[in-house]
Design a binder for this molecule. Structure first.
Ligand SMILES: [Zn+2]
Length: 244
């Protein structure tokens, strides 16, 4: 068990002094980057805090945790035996609370006439920017099921023929974005609470400067650069300072 800050710092480069604080969220560390906007609230600007070494905390860069979700007792941040990074460990039931990357799964829907479908986001982050339908994968579903569900929830498209199109890791954000190429069986689509506008675009019409996220832009460019008959999977990673 490593206890001193100095040893923790030696072990993990992501334990930095600098961190940013959202007025709505608790402060958290960022490793490679200090984004301008809160990852939880999207548009809310975060202010930078410089913490004195005496007040440094060794929390993981994910959500700070105070209580065990198994038994409700307090947790302590420490490196479990035979592990190599700090985890929240329950002081009573000893449950180790691992925090791992989240998977965002979505689709690039293609209409019968070859145009692609984009949704204008009605929610933060990146409200009013265009995106592909996508969202957080739920427990109990496959990546394809999650992608098709999100597609219906955001555009009312009942997509078919999913083919893996891109897998993009975002180590700075603890996320992996996975997109499937799908067909729209017809021209049925609609706005939803999550999408204030849903529309079909030719390659020339894509609003490149108003795309919500870099992973969406890369996936679209990969699709247009590929042949539908010999589709390759974009397997990429991006070290982002921002998602935009
Ligand atoms: Zn517990």
């Amino acid at each position: 068990m490593v206890k001193s800050w100095h040893k923790l710092k030696q072990m993990r480069s992501y334990l930095r002094i600098r961190r940013r604080k959202c007025k709505f969220c608790k402060p958290f560390f960022y490793p490679e980057t200090l984004p301008r906007h809160c990852v939880h609230k999207g548009s809310y600007r975060v202010t930078e805090l410089l913490i004195s070494p005496a007040k440094q905390r060794t929390e993981p860069r994910d959500f700070p945790m105070n209580y065990c979700s198994e038994c409700g007792h307090t947790v302590t941040l420490k490196i479990p035996e035979d592990d190599h990074r700090p985890r929240y460990v329950c002081d009573r039931c000893n449950t180790i609370h691992y925090q791992n990357p989240r998977l965002i799964t979505g689709t690039l829907p293609v209409a019968p006439d070859g145009r692609v479908l984009l949704c204008k986001r009605n929610i933060e982050p990146r409200k009013n920017y265009w995106t592909l339908p996508a969202g957080f994968m739920e427990n109990g579903e496959s990546t394809i099921e999650g992608a098709l569900r999100e597609t219906y929830e955001e555009s009312r498209v009942k997509a078919i023929n999913p083919t893996l199109l891109s897998v993009i890791s975002l180590p700075s954000w603890d996320q992996v974005h996975v997109f499937y190429l799908v067909d729209m069986p017809d021209f049925q689509f609609a706005t939803t609470p999550e999408s204030c506008e849903v529309a079909l675009f030719t390659q020339e019409d894509i609003p490149w400067s108003d795309i919500a996220f870099k992973t969406v832009g890369r996936t679209l460019r990969h699709y247009f650069a590929s042949s539908r008959d010999a589709l390759t999977v974009l397997n990429d990673h991006i070290h982002l300072t921002t998602m935009e």
